[in-house]
Design a protein around this ligand. Structure first.
Ligand code: SF4
Length: 221
């Protein structure tokens, strides 16, 4: 299939810059970072868990009391809020009513409910006496068999260095006996039906363009 595009035309009616303009902006930025005339600013995200720079960035974010330390408040929200609320402490102490504009706030694309939610989370991080709270009731599901799968990878080196399962099941006596927990479970109703007991589990794990198949034998009888 042949694919060609003109890199010098505007990207769209709302974006007059061409892809070539965008490329040159990025290139200038990279050169400025390498020559240390411009510095980067980290923001905590799920990707950071897989990144070599995590401990360095986390230290900087903690020193700066950066807003992205708040759960679900990532780079995009941090960058629009930072002119009004630069730190977790500032958000924790803020008078939200002063920042509201009806359902909106002074920060673009941040609604008043979101701002209140993030302030509660900021207070959980800043107030020593803060306790976890439940915002609405919920019920945890129960199952006859539970499988917990955990995997640890290092994508920079293209390896998976740990993975495995913990199995939990209900028994005749109504107790969870496998895995690490032994808990009375009042919801247990009886032994497992034979046709529901897994004995072998096959999974495939993908690393970049490679995939490795693993087979797990369960301990269920
Ligand atoms: S840890 Fe990595 S991904 Fe996270 S902010 Fe730092 S450089 Fe970016």
């Amino acid at each position: 299939m042949k694919f060609c595009t003109n890199l010098t035309v505007p990207q769209g009616p709302r974006n007059p810059d061409s892809l070539w303009d965008f490329y040159k902006q990025c290139l200038d930025q990279v050169r400025a970072i390498i020559s240390q005339t411009e510095s980067t600013r980290p923001a905590l995200a799920s990707d950071c868990k897989l990144c070599h720079w995590r401990s360095t960035c986390k230290r900087q974010l903690k020193n700066e009391d950066d807003l992205s330390l708040i759960f679900e408040l990532g780079r995009a929200k941090r960058d629009v809020m930072i002119s009004e609320l630069a730190t977790v402490k500032a958000l924790s102490n803020a008078d939200i009513d002063n920042l509201s504009r009806g359902e909106k706030t002074v920060s673009p694309r941040i609604g008043i409910n979101n701002l209140r939610k993030f302030q509660n989370r900021a207070r959980l991080l800043t107030e020593p006496s803060a306790n976890p709270s439940i915002t609405r009731p919920f019920e945890l599901p129960t199952s006859e068999i539970e499988l917990f799968f955990d995997i640890e990878t290092d994508p920079m080196r293209d390896i998976c260095y740990l993975h495995g399962f913990v199995e939990r099941r209900l028994t005749i006596k109504g107790r969870i006996v496998t895995g690490k927990t032994i808990d009375p479970n009042p919801l247990a109703k009886g032994s497992l039906p034979e046709n529901k007991v897994p004995r072998r589990l096959r999974i495939k794990i993908f690393h970049g363009n490679r995939s490795i198949a693993y087979t797990y034998e369960t301990s269920f009888q």
